[in-house]
Ligand binder design. Sequence first.
Ligand code: HEM
Length: 126
Amino acid sequence: MKHDITTFEDIKFLVDHFYAMVQRDSMLGPIFNSRLIGRWELHNQKLYRFWNTVLLRNPDYVGNPVPLHFTLKIDKNNFQRWLSIWNEIIDANFEGIVAQRAKYRGMMMANAFLYKINKDLNSHID
Ligand code: HEM
């Protein structure tokens, strides 16, 4: 039975499964792996706190993640793939209001990151 995202354990599950799939992805895997050698655990811990803040509204993450993405060679196709894996993991494991919000926030933030990286209005993800 699928349930909604309601606890820190759910956030951990979501983040761990999302990045496990990202690591195996032929497009995104090499981009993440080359930057995060030996640092995956710390990265995932930050992402638990990030999504705990965004989805469960527990103020747990402080920082501005956008500049960390400026030096990565990533474009609209990469963000599209990021979003499709994100949506797939959520739909496969969760359902409910927060799960819907997770997909919505993922889409909004992927677009915001892309915009800030490119400063290009034509790079919108549908
Ligand atoms: C193709 C798209 C993306 C790629 C390749 C990517 C890659 C990365 C990498 C390599 C890092 C680690 C940076 C470092 O510590 O050196 C990182 C950190 C992070 N990313 Fe992304 N990212 C993508 C999209 C996103 C999106 C859409 C979001 C938000 C929904 C996001 C949120 C974050 C956060 C919160 C961190 C942690 C920042 C911190 O250390 O405080 N990323 N990302």
